[in-house]
Design a protein around this ligand. Structure first.
Ligand code: BES
Ligand code: MN
Ligand code: ZN
Length: 501
């Protein structure tokens, strides 16, 4: 991972950097630190803001240059709008917005005066969220741009942000949490942005293994071991590729009782999905380098949980394969036997994600008997048609888990929308030739995919998140500017923090 923006916290009377940001809410009142600047300049700051017609509206800003008697050469007043309504994710977005504004001014080092009337969030939480938001905004994926130095528009010109606050200690400890989550998100982004020639199953598994630096216990299974473990459904997807499959299992044992049942996260990690013999059309196929977005989220989440030393036992499993056409590839019509013993008639080799997850879900439940298992997968194009890029599709056999996920989505802004499951949909997977087929037809494509997964869940609360619309080719926001969003890390961290620690 490239080094994230360096942020630090300091007291309100700290000397300002060359550029300082002052946050002002819609009542237009200056915070105490800004009042000091105003006084020292004989009211020049207020006069400039007034002359500019500044009213503290959200995302309005005024640059005040060469204010008399100020250490900062440039002071940027940024409007917040109605602070009382703002939630913690809103503050992250503000942090991102500020970092974007600073980068557009080519500022390298700035001081942010984080002194605002608190509404929903505490001042130290606000400071920490601003910091994490700024880091996420400054995330770039530019490792392959050898001429990037000449690119003036890069958002990572900002190198250092000092955040001034009343409670430095509390802000620092809050940032241990939000900073860990931001790091996990950036790790997930890195994995999704990376092209498939550089990130095959082996390379991905190596990135998982690196989590051992944080105290995560990582086990990697290679193709021979997976064969012994009868992961034939997962291996059927990998068999067309020259690059062999891997499964990585990451365990974080942070709960007081090491024997407490774990929570379990499972990710689809198709490093590239050509569709196999049922090949995809050429146009847009490059996006399928992101077909490991579910696995990236699980890896980023395990990073975040370990980095912030979450008091939970959590297991992350990722199935890493490449779906390629070749003389060895699985064919339409092939019948395979999954680890569960159930047989699958493969009618479309492009419905491969569910084949990967089938073995992982079955294995996870029998091995860990978890409190719940949640799988994430860029599983169907149909979920993008249904929900666009605003919500991930949520399918679950458990109302409590579904409600908790929905609530965590509202809290973090990583929203999910529950979709139906039911016997009539399940029936669409029946075939005379085997226990099931791997496609259910065009109608309700995301639902039949979820029904397929449910056939490999026996008796545990389970949720499936179809993240095809949110994990890759993502909408740009104030904290997300690259192709990959890192979606899901914040959502699942929130779920764990509010119910399982
Ligand atoms: N990885 C794709 C789904 C996908 C599509 C993810 C677009 C992100 C963007 C998945 O493996 C797939 O190919 N699904 C098929 C299923 C069909 C063959 C039943 C699909 O959605 O068309
Ligand atoms: Mn596919
Ligand atoms: Zn796929």
């Amino acid at each position: 991972m490239p080094k994230p923006l360096s942020v630090s916290f300091d007291t309100l009377n700290t000397k300002l950097n060359d550029c300082a940001v002052v946050l002002i809410d819609q009542d237009g009142k200056l915070p105490s630190r800004a009042k000091k600047l105003d006084k020292a300049s004989d009211g020049h700051l207020t006069r400039v803001l007034e002359a500019a017609g500044f009213e503290g509206k959200a995302k309005s800003s005024v640059d005040v240059l060469a204010l008399p008697k100020s250490d900062a050469k440039r002071i940027i007043a940024i409007g917040l709008g109605k602070v009382a309504d703002m939630t913690r994710p809103d503050w992250m977005l503000v942090g991102g917005y500020i970092a974007g504004l600073l980068a557009s001014r080519k500022v390298k080092a700035a001081t942010l005066i984080s002194e605002v009337a608190s509404g929903d969030a505490e001042p130290h939480e606000i400071a920490a969220d601003l910091a994490a938001g700024a880091q996420l905004r400054c995330y770039t994926f530019s490792k392959y741009r050898t001429e990037a130095k000449n690119d003036e528009k890069r958002p990572d010109v900002l190198e250092k942000l000092t955040i001034l606050t009343d409670d430095v200690g509390d802000a620092e400890s809050a940032f241990v949490e939000t900073g860990a989550v931001a790091e996990g998100m950036m790790l997930a982004r890195d994995l999704v942005n990376e092209p498939a020639n550089a990130l095959g199953p082996i390379e991905f598994a190596k990135r998982c293994a690196q989590l051992s630096d944080l105290g995560v216990d990582v086990e990697i299974f290679d193709a021979d071991q997976l064969e012994d473990m009868r992961f034939h459904s997962l291996l059927a997807v990998a068999q067309g590729s020259a690059r062999p499959a891997r499964v990585a299992i990451m365990k974080w044992n942070g709960a007081k009782s090491k024997r407490a049942k774990p929570v379990c996260f499972i990710g689809k990690g198709v490093v590239f999905d050509t569709g196999g013999i049922s090949m995809k059309p050429a146009s847009g196929m490059e996006d399928m380098k992101g077909d490991m977005g579910g696995a990236a989220c699980v890896t980023g989440l395990m990073h975040a949980l370990a980095k912030r030393k979450a008091s939970v036992n959590a297991v992350g499993l990722v199935g890493l394969v490449e779906n390629m056409p070749s003389d060895r590839a699985m064919r339409p019509g092939d019948i395979i036997q999954s680890r569960s013993g159930k047989t699958i008639e493969v009618l479309n080799t492009d419905a491969e994600g569910r084949l990967v997850l089938a073995d992982l879900l079955y294995y996870a439940e029998e091995t860990f008997s978890p409190k719940f298992m949640i799988n994430l997968a860029t599983l169907t194009g149909a979920i993008i048609i249904a929900l666009g890029k605003e919500n991930a599709g949520l399918f679950s056999n458990d109302d409590t888990l579904a409600q908790r996920l929905t609530a965590a989505g509202e809290t973090t802004g990583e929203k999910v929308w529950r979709m139906p499951l039911g016997a009539a949909y399940d029936k669409m997977l029946d075939t005379p030739n085997a226990d099931m087929k791997n496609i259910g037809g065009r109608a309700g494509g995301s639902i039949t995919a979820a029904q397929f997964l449910q056939r490999f869940v026996t008796d545990v609360p389970w949720a499936h998140l179809d993240v095809a619309g949110v994990a890759m080719a993502s909408k740009k926001t104030d904290i997300s500017q690259t192709w990959a969003s890192g979606w899901g890390v914040r959502l699942l961290n929130e779920l764990v923090a509010s119910h399982y620690e």
